[in-house]
Design a protein around this ligand. Structure first.
Ligand code: SF4
Ligand code: SF4
Length: 103
């Protein structure tokens, strides 16, 4: 994964439905799976989108002002990509439950 100056990913595990559209969109664009959705827990499952070492942050698209396909196709907005200031505002909002991460 590349660190693109001024940009950041945000992943909200509460919103992931395990639809795997992000995986397919990445494969369609890049020919690899830069994100994989893991299923955690034997009973009450948590779906965890994890970026792999193959992820390039889609710099070739971001440089053209486009959104990475994994984020663009995530209809629940479990994966978001944007300016660091924008992501910081999301992270500031109070959360009642669940887990999220950003980088
Ligand atoms: S992160 Fe979004 S697109 Fe990917 S599996 Fe979860 S809900 Fe679907
Ligand atoms: S940023 Fe690009 S390379 Fe990385 S997971 Fe998303 S679509 Fe794949």
């Amino acid at each position: 994964m590349l660190n693109i100056p001024g940009k950041q990913f945000y992943v909200n595990l509460d919103r992931c439905t395990n639809c795997r559209a992000c995986e397919l969109a990445c494969h369609e664009e890049n020919g690899f799976r830069g994100v994989r959705v893991l299923t955690v827990g034997p009973r009450k499952c948590l779906f965890v989108p994890i970026f792999t070492e193959e992820c390039t942050s889609c710099k070739h698209l971001v440089d053209r002002g486009l959104e990475p396909p994994c984020a663009a196709t995530c209809f629940t907005k479990a994966i978001r990509f944007g300016d660091k200031a924008e992501i910081a505002k999301i992270l500031e909002k109070p959360r009642l439950y669940g887990t999220a991460y950003s980088y």
